[in-house]
Design a protein around this ligand. Structure first.
Ligand SMILES: NC(=O)CC[C@H](N)C(=O)O
Length: 259
């Protein structure tokens, strides 16, 4: 069994070591005998989106987002079709912003986004920086993805932990749902107290860390979604995550106490 994982713009969207998300996905494949094939695709390079199982977009500076936007826009139709067909996408911070309608940076210039998810981002007057705890409590998950609640609960994904560093404030529109409620930190825009976005099998989040090594159950959830899309719906065998869970829960409890 193989899974193909693509890091799009690894030379531009890899802020704060977000490539660690690729390493986490690959490791948790290997530990189960699944062979991860990692593809790196950047400006001007071909990508057959129909042939990949997971697409990853990391974080980036405003400048880097401006550099890649033209190249990203030429991939819009193929990416939109793949997402509607259940492609698993993890998009962090800058990569998350680029899935939306636009990102208006501090000087008022609008960097166009793919417009695949109904969301938009506007640079605030201060950077939103710090540790974040997100409650994936089912009651905070609204919108069309009715199975999220049970899915998260079943997979023991109760909270996400990481850190954020962004000037963009993201607002969610129609047909998308947040990942969860902000218990600690700023989240999407420091106003509506939600973080991230989910649409079909697309997960956007402001959480660096990297996100997946800090939240192993979410890693497995993405892998299972990718396997299900390929017709393999047997749940992944459990791994011995007791140390990861210990670290995760200690961090969550510490941050909640400090809040
Ligand atoms: N960490 C990031 O990817 C930052 C994204 C974007 N440049 C912002 O400042 O909001």
């Amino acid at each position: 069994m193989r899974l193909t994982i693509c890091h799009l713009y690894p030379d531009l969207l890899d802020l704060y070591g977000d490539r660690g998300n690729i390493l986490a996905l690959a490791a948790r494949c290997r530990w189960r005998g699944i062979i991860p094939e990692i593809q790196k695709v950047s400006l001007g390079e071909d990508l057959d989106i129909s042939a990949i199982d997971i697409l990853f977009l990391g974080g980036g500076s405003d400048r880097e987002q401006g550099l890649l936007v033209q190249d990203l826009m030429r991939r819009e139709n193929e990416l939109r079709a793949a997402i509607e067909n259940g492609l698993v996408v993890l998009a962090i911070c800058g990569g998350y912003q680029m899935l939306g309608n636009y990102y208006q940076i501090a000087n008022g210039e609008k960097i166009p986004g793919l417009g695949i998810l109904d969301l938009w981002t506007i640079a605030g007057t201060k950077r939103l920086i710090g540790n974040v705890v997100v409650d994936l409590d089912p009651s905070t998950l609204r919108g069309e993805i009715e199975d999220s609640a049970e899915t998260y609960a079943k997979r023991k994904i109760k909270t996400l932990v990481g850190f954020e560093n962004h000037s963009g404030k993201t607002y969610l529109g129609e047909g998308v749902t947040p990942l969860g409620k902000v218990l600690v930190g700023h989240g999407n825009n420091d106003q509506d107290r939600v973080e991230g976005v989910r649409y079909r099998n697309v997960f956007g989040s402001y959480l660096h860390g990297p996100l997946l090594p800090k939240n192993p159950h979410l890693t497995d959830f993405l892998l299972e979604l990718a396997l299900e899309r390929r017709g393999f719906d047997t749940p992944l065998q459990d791994l011995d995550d007791h140390l990861e869970i210990l670290a995760h829960d200690a961090m969550v409890n510490k941050l909640l106490k400090q809040a």
